[in-house]
Design a protein around this ligand. Structure first.
Ligand code: 13P
Length: 253
């Protein structure tokens, strides 16, 4: 039985005031929904605040990205060791926005995955196809290529300590959530691919769905046998909506 994981990705949003209010409002639902793991991934500049606000609660947190280096002349970056020092459990790697706007290749994503894991963080590997690829029926092929790049670089055992997020790019921020059937199909295929390497790893790894996952769509998605929770963008910024999403995960148990 895999523990459901509901994770927010705040992206480039928040003020000191809104972060304080949001984290304070999420502590209770995180504590109450004890069979679900709840986490928020914050812009690096807010992580110290989240650490203070979430202290003593069940709310976990992480970074939205991570650099491959531990230290040195890499202006503007945040190392996995720094992120770990602030109490983060997770680091998102390979989000489609990083791939698209920062030219992150599969090789870079694999290096970030490894660097995060080496520092004791759990990488949340994002994979997913564009609208064009979706319409061409290439969803599984694209996900397999992105996943294999990390398996080849880090080994299948690395997925004992990682999370995968299937995020179809056409569903991100568009309000067009993938149907539960479409998402389940891709999730099952991801698990099938992993099982070719190691059945035990495949059966245990959490695979999250992301892309317009909201208070209305979450429950039907989370009910699917291979969907183990969500990576939530816009709806994770609103405490009542994110709380409903957390509760949707509990309801599936
Ligand atoms: P939205 O939930 O805003 O579509 O974003 C999804 C996402 O990219 C999470 O990483």
């Amino acid at each position: 039985m895999r523990t459901p994981l509901v994770m927010g990705n705040w992206k480039l949003n928040g003020t000191k005031e809104s972060v304080t209010a949001l984290v304070k409002a999420l502590v209770q639902p995180a504590n109450d929904n004890s069979k679900v793991e709840v986490a928020v991934c914050a812009p690096a500049i807010f992580i110290g605040m989240v650490e203070e606000l979430a202290k003593g609660s069940a709310l976990k947190y992480g970074s939205e990205d991570v650099d491959v280096h531990t230290s040195g002349a890499y202006t503007g970056e945040n190392s996995p060791a720094m992120i770990k020092e602030f109490g983060c459990k997770y680091a998102i790697v390979g989000h489609s926005e990083r791939r698209a706007y920062h030219n992150e290749t599969d090789a870079v994503v694999a290096a970030k995955f490894k660097a995060a894991q080496d520092a004791g963080l759990i990488p949340v590997l994002c994979i997913g196809e564009s609208l064009e690829q979706f319409e061409a029926g290439k969803s599984n092929e694209v996900c397999e290529t992105q996943l294999k790049a990390v398996i080849d670089a880090c080994g299948i055992a690395a997925f004992n300590n990682a999370v995968i997020a299937y995020e179809p790019i056409w569903a991100i921020g568009t309000g067009k959530t993938a149907t539960p059937e479409i998402a389940q199909d891709v999730h099952a295929n991801i698990r099938k691919l992993l099982a070719k390497y190691d059945a035990d790893v495949a059966s245990k790894v959490q695979i999250l769905y992301g892309g317009s996952c909201n208070a209305k769509t979450a429950y039907d998605l989370f009910k699917q046998p291979d969907i183990d929770g969500g990576l939530v963008g816009g709806a994770s910024l609103k405490a009542p909506d994110f709380t409903t999403i957390i509760e949707s995960a509990t309801k599936t148990l």
